[in-house]
Design a protein around this ligand. Structure first.
Ligand SMILES: *Cc1c(COP(=O)(O)O)cnc(C)c1O
Length: 467
């Protein structure tokens, strides 16, 4: 392809992109394809000769698009959002055009320096004090794994990386039973093991499902007496299932007393902390954590992937992950090389989309969206609660609540979710609360309007009444 053809197709694709988004409400939210249909439409072997771009693009529309679930659909109420605000998409077009690999300062100083500044912009936006620095990772899972590896290295006297884990005693990490599965996997991969991730119960009866800190303290004390080595505590603000959130002061007091490294998973709810009015309830004391992760690629509007890990003292994580073979050494003054802060060496230029996003909307523009989502979630939950066909299982935490259809067993609840998603006008998913199926509803898509929420209420009522 020459650059004139590139320009032609670039213009075509940017028009295609705008048309796709203008028309997105006319698509079913969740893909309606049968298993295997897309793979069957693709040739089993690669072409020997080159093909024309218009044939490739036509097949993209014919084969690929029917198999897409539309995450940017305003009636996407499943999982959590993966918002891609238009300015962040444009920034990604520039990033993929420049196609720089930003592992070291010298491999693109602009990427490293902008990353440092964007981390500081977001630190201020979230109300964190001076002194936190941070790094942009691909995902919260990677940030959590980095934090767990740091816990492991500190607790093993920096011997884990060198000697392996077999002689290091039995390390333990503590969290509540509401954490995301990425915490379990981090403990698997770090050689800590599932059995040594101690899950503490929550105060389920209160609205917050916060970790029971008395139980936390007594498990740590018992474990020390039994010869285990406590290595760290992982807390949450906004758990994935129902939005559970821990009490930071109580967790951190124990961590301090026990000398434990701490990590906070705020992957989803962190974005809402740009609104100062939510901080008293969800954020008080947060400045005491060693590591905090939140995903601008969820609610904030930075196109996937973009996860910020704030670090109170990055040196612990750098000591854990930095490796410097001769071919990565650089001459001259000391600089920040962010690949020393993370597990992958290669790095995309992720800061640019944050810069475009934050400048284009301003914090006020982003706050307005988040506030609407939270208010609409409370109003919708109240409407469903008043309807005889529905019961609220967990009240809204920010913009997430769970409900069920009255009088249905677990299998019938799951069947109801499937019927909603086959209908296609909205998309929702399920979870379990106290072992029973509950239907999750979260509001967070960037272009969602009050009309979309009313439409969702109508669809839920229509299908519940028909069952
Ligand atoms: C989404 C989510 C994660 C995982 O995020 P990735 O960036 O996909 O790894 C972790 N924790 C919580 C609370 C989440 O909501």
């Amino acid at each position: 392809m020459n650059w004139d053809e590139f320009q032609h197709w670039g213009e075509h694709i940017s028009k295609w992109a705008a048309d796709y988004h203008k028309d997105i409400r006319n698509n079913p939210v969740r893909a309606q394809t049968d298993k295997g249909a897309i793979a069957a439409a693709l040739p089993a072997s690669p072409p020997e000769g080159g093909e024309a771009m218009d044939a490739i693009m036509a097949d993209f529309e014919r084969i690929v698009m029917p198999g897409i679930t539309h995450w940017q659909h305003p009636r996407f109420f499943a999982y959590f959002p993966a918002n891609a605000a238009p300015p962040s998409m444009l920034a990604e077009m520039l990033v993929s055009t420049i196609a720089a690999q930003c592992m070291l300062w010298q491999t693109s100083p602009a990427a490293t320096e902008m990353e440092g500044v964007m981390v500081q912009w977001l630190r201020q936006a979230l109300g964190l004090p001076d002194g936190f620095s941070g790094v942009i990772q691909d995902s919260a899972s990677s940030a959590t794994l980095s934090a767990v590896l740091t816990m492991r290295e500190i607790a093993s006297g920096w011997r884990g990386n060198k000697e392996g884990m077999s002689g290091q005693g039995c390390l333990r990490i503590y969290c509540s039973d509401q954490v995301h599965s990425s915490i379990d996997r981090a403990c698997w991969v770090a050689g800590i093991g599932q059995d040594n991730l101690v899950k503490i119960g929550t105060d389920g009866s209160g609205a917050s499902y916060a970790m029971d800190t008395e139980e936390l303290q007594s498990r740590i004390t018992q474990d020390r007496a039994a010869g285990y080595i406590p290595a760290g505590i992982i807390a949450i603000t906004g758990g994935t299932s129902i939005g559970a959130y821990d009490r930071h002061h109580a967790v951190l007091e124990i961590a301090k007393r026990e000398g434990l490294y701490t990590h906070l998973d705020a992957a989803w709810a962190g974005s809402a902390m740009i609104c100062p009015e939510y901080r008293d309830e969800f954020w008080a004391g947060v400045e005491g954590y060693d590591s905090i992760v939140f995903n601008p690629h969820k609610w904030l509007g930075a196109q996937f992937d973009c996860s910020i890990q704030f670090l109170r003292d990055p040196q612990h994580q750098i000591n854990t992950l930095k490796i410097e073979p001769e071919y990565l050494k650089t001459a001259g003054e000391a600089v920040t090389n962010y690949s020393e802060w993370t597990i992958p060496l290669g790095r995309r230029f992720r800061a640019l989309k944050l810069w475009f996003l934050l400048r284009s909307y301003g914090l006020e523009g982003l706050r307005e969206r988040i506030r609407n989502h939270v208010d609409w979630a409370h109003a919708l939950a109240a409407r469903l609660e008043a309807h005889p066909k529905f019961e609220i299982v967990t009240q809204p935490i920010l913009s997430l609540f769970t409900f069920k259809v009255t009088g249905m067993d677990n299998a019938a609840q799951l069947d109801f979710v499937e019927r909603i998603n086959n209908d296609g006008r909205i998309y929702i998913t399920q979870t379990r609360v106290d072992d029973a199926v509950a239907i999750r509803f979260q509001i967070g898509q960037f272009d969602c309007t009050q009309d979309d929420i009313n439409a969702a209420y109508d669809v839920l009522c229509e299908l519940a009444e028909a069952s």
